[in-house]
Design a protein around this ligand. Sequence first.
Ligand code: SAM
Ligand code: GLN
Length: 287
Amino acid sequence: MKTWTVIELVEWTTKFFESFGILSARLDAELLLSHVLKKDRLQLYLDFDMPVFHPHLSTFRTLIKTRSNRVPISYIISSREFMSLSFYVDERVLIPRPETEILVETVLGSQKTPCHILEIGTGSGAIAISLAVNQPTWEITATDISTAAIDVAKHNTKQHQCEEQITFVTGDLFEPVTELDTLKYDWIISNPPYIGTKDINTLTTDVKDNEPEVALFAGYSGLDIIQRLIDETPAFLKKEGKLMLEIGHNQSQQVQDLISSNPAYKSYSIIPDLSGIDRFILATARN
Ligand code: SAM
Ligand code: GLN
């Protein structure tokens, strides 16, 4: 029987994934084999000629099949990098996206003093935890409507040792916040669900069939949650406090209209993602 080496497995699996139309075929092959062999990717490169035997080989074969059925690689390996930190993820939470790092970087770049932040819809906790890790004096309240997601976020908070900085509450948007001592925040931030059910067929199978619906969809047009956030936020912001939201690729004009027609906001700017698409709105409250 043939003995497979690391490099041969990576190359074979890359071609196999490509034949299924998986775009990140090589990366996924490497991440999967690293996971099975419990090595990081750099170590995999150093061990390219190492033979791989049973039981690693049979585990690898099973996971290749799972990936070819379009289960996202991050769910298979239960891990995703965000802001250079490693987060536990599973089907209970959205997989953090690279563009969302811009939201975290913008807050870190604009706010230099201790502050109180409210994150709505924390999912895996990636945003709240990366802010806490980078700014140990900041206090963060993080919410989600999904108790299952909050369980994942709490697990990640423990992993990153920032339990004392983050308070978790469960419920619909601001509803659970009204019971807390802090009622006014310096920042309110969210990467809310913003995909319209009308656009469901533009999503890849990876996303559509695997990620939580409650994390993706917000009504027919996708604006339902964004609209409520824009309406309800001012009551919870300090004077000149800031709202920053991630938005869908085709929502910039509608979101600008919602903010500019609301007298509770003094000014706003639009921030693009790395592809140049309008992806965030940053608004300042008047009072
Ligand atoms: N913050 C995470 C991130 O950026 O990776 C997750 C963002 S995901 C797009 C949106 C999150 O909002 C999900 O975790 C979902 O459960 C939560 N959510 C959806 N509707 C909500 C609501 N009405 N109130 C609070 N959270 C909600
Ligand atoms: N950006 C994600 C996607 O395109 C969706 C995340 C969201 O709705 N906030 O799949």
